[in-house]
Structure formats: structure tokens, C-alpha cells
Design a protein around this ligand. Structure first.
Ligand code: PSU
Ligand code: MN
Length: 295
């Protein structure tokens, strides 16, 4: 049997030399944007990681293997037809030889298997509005409770129940660090979120907090960075969720449906803000990884 996990030469060399490495997901590429924006966002995120002095390791499942570190031609295979892979879906997708795009939870699970501890994304999954009907809580939360890492994000996706998600993060022992902010960003919107558990104004401090948290047996540290361009799209989100409910959209399909609805109805504004915040969060993850390597 071929190896289940294939690490690219560049990522392997960086890991062996204990250089800074940042994991990036492929769900964003396949399901987060209309083509070809997903691939462009993925490539720009890799460039931002490099600009920060770290090595990008984009993760996805192709040809029966979990790949850690993708070539551009690999990235282009993550179309909307790709499976969306949370932690539970990795094994079946690899064994069945399907194309699989990893979510934050799926990416973290694969990254942990090879010793990568830093990840950049847009917004974390969480508790869907209306819980317990539907009883939908993102598998991102299970993964971050199990795996030691730092995730640079713009908070929790605001189509969710953000206060409930933040309560659950506390229950799970996940530190929520505001990067130059006292409140958790609301994904597209910099302001109005719940308070963070601690604020940190520089990346070295975040690296030291993560290191201390891991030494205490803790797992993922969530970092929230406000989007540079802030957008209040609360009424549009309500409209998108109502349309999803009317259309019977549920489970894994909700997030891609809502993002696509917003991208269409906001004249591309959410698409631009989402793309930029993802790229900038990748850069922040790179800077934190570099600061951690220097500890
Ligand atoms: N951030 C974005 N766009 C996205 C996601 C995050 O800006 O599409 C993806 C991530 O892969 C995250 C997933 O893990 O959405 C959560 O989906 P769900 O709610 O189905 O668990
Ligand atoms: Mn979900």
C-alpha cells in the first residue's frame, strides 16, 4: 500500500530543520469562492505565508493520498465537485481515491499527523443558529479541542451563533486571543463581537502564550484578527439563512450556500473582504510560526 500521507519535499525539509511551516486548507479553494477565485486565494495565501518567512503547506486529498504541500496544478483540482472533508472524512476519501478538500478541522487533523502546528483561515466553524434544531456544530470545534495548534482567523463565521460558539470554546478550554483587539471579530465585521479571553498586540507574545498553553497540556489557541476592511452584512446573512432553510439546505452544504449567496447579493463586496482577510490571516499565521521558531 502506498503511503497514506505524502509530504512535499519543501515542507519535509522545513519540518526537519524546524523552520516555520503553516498549514492551509482546500475547502476555501473548492467551496469558499466561485472559480477561479478559490485557486487565486489559495495561491495568494501561500505567497503571504512566504512573505512572512514561513513555508506554506496546503493540504488536500488527491489520488488516494493526503498531500501536505500542493503544487499549483494540484490546487486547480479542488473544484466544487470535491468532497468537503472534516476530520472523520479523511480516511474514507483517501481509501476511495476521491478528490477531497479539507476544512479547518480536516486540515488540522492532517497537519498534526506530521507535526505542523500553525494554520491560517478565514472564519472558524461553530454552533449554527437555532441549535438544537438543527443540532449542527462544526467538526472544527472537535478538532481544535484535540489538536495542539495556533489558528489565525477573523473569528467565527458570523452566519453562525457566535456567542454560543464562544461559550463552547470556553468549555473546551480553547484560548481566544484577540490580535490587537478586545473583542472577537465577526468575520466580515471587525466590531460587535463577544470579548476575547486575552488580548495580544504582537506575534511574539502570541507565540509565547501558545507555547505555555501547550506545556500545560492545552490544544489549539484561536487567534482573532479584525478584517482590514470591515463590512456589516447582518441583514444579508439573515436573508441567506432564510433562503437556505426554504431550499432545504443542511449540514455541510450550509456554509458554501450562504457564502455564495452573500458573494452574489453584495456585489462582490463579501468576496473581496473574505479573500483579503484569508490572505492576511495566512500572513499572520506565518509571522506567529516564525516567532515561535525563534523562541
Ligand atoms: N473560512 C472562510 N470560508 C470558508 C471556510 C472558512 O472564509 O469556506 C470553511 C472552513 O473550511 C471551515 C468550514 O472549516 O468553512 C466550516 O464548515 P462547516 O460549518 O460545515 O463545518
Ligand atoms: Mn456545519
Amino acid at each position: 500500500m502506498r503511503d497514506l500521507i505524502e509530504v512535499s519535499e519543501e515542507v519535509q525539509a522545513a519540518l526537519e530543520e524546524e523552520q516555520a511551516v503553516v498549514a492551509l486548507e482546500t475547502t476555501l479553494v473548492a467551496h469558499g469562492f466561485p472559480a477561479p477565485d478559490g485557486v487565486e486565494t489559495g495561491l495568494a495565501s501561500e505567497a503571504a505565508v512566504r512573505a512572512a518567512g514561513a513555508v506554506p503547506a496546503t493540504i488536500g486529498v488527491l489520488d488516494g493520498r493526503i498531500l501536505i504541500g500542493l503544487a499549483r496544478s494540484d490546487l486547480e483540482r479542488f473544484t466544487p465537485a470535491a468532497r468537503k472533508l472534516g476530520p472523520r472524512d479523511l480516511a474514507a476519501c483517501a481509501v476511495q481515491g476521491a478528490v477531497g478538500a479539507t476544512t479547518v478541522g480536516g486540515t488540522l487533523t492532517a497537519a498534526a499527523a506530521v507535526g505542523i502546528r500553525f494554520l491560517g483561515t478565514g472564519g472558524l466553524g461553530g454552533v449554527h443558529r437555532g441549535f438544537p434544531s438543527p443540532p449542527d456544530v462544526s467538526a472544527d470545534l472537535g478538532a481544535i479541542a484535540r489538536v495542539p495548534a495556533v489558528i489565525a482567523s477573523s473569528g467565527v463565521k458570523s452566519l453562525l451563533d457566535v456567542p454560543a460558539t464562544v461559550e463552547l470554546l470556553e468549555t473546551l478550554g480553547v484560548p481566544v486571543i484577540g490580535y490587537r483587539t478586545d473583542t472577537l471579530p465577526l468575520f466580515y465585521d471587525a466590531a460587535g463581537g463577544p470579548p476575547v479571553s486575552a488580548r495580544a498586540d504582537d506575534v511574539a507574545e502570541i507565540a509565547r502564550i501558545a507555547d505555555a498553553h501547550w506545556r500545560l497540556g492545552g490544544n489549539t489557541v484561536l487567534v482573532g484578527r479584525p478584517p482590514t476592511e470591515s463590512l456589516d452584512v447582518a441583514p444579508l446573512i439573515d436573508g441567506a439563512l432564510a433562503a437556505a432553510a426554504r431550499g432545504g439546505v443542511s449540514g455541510q452544504a450550509v456554509t458554501p450556500f450562504v457564502l455564495a449567496y452573500l458573494h452574489e447579493r453584495s456585489d462582490g463586496q463579501t468576496r473581496r473582504v473574505n479573500r483579503d482577510l484569508i490572505v492576511e490571516n495566512a500572513g499572520l499565521a506565518g509571522a506567529i510560526a516564525v516567532a515561535h521558531a525563534a523562541l
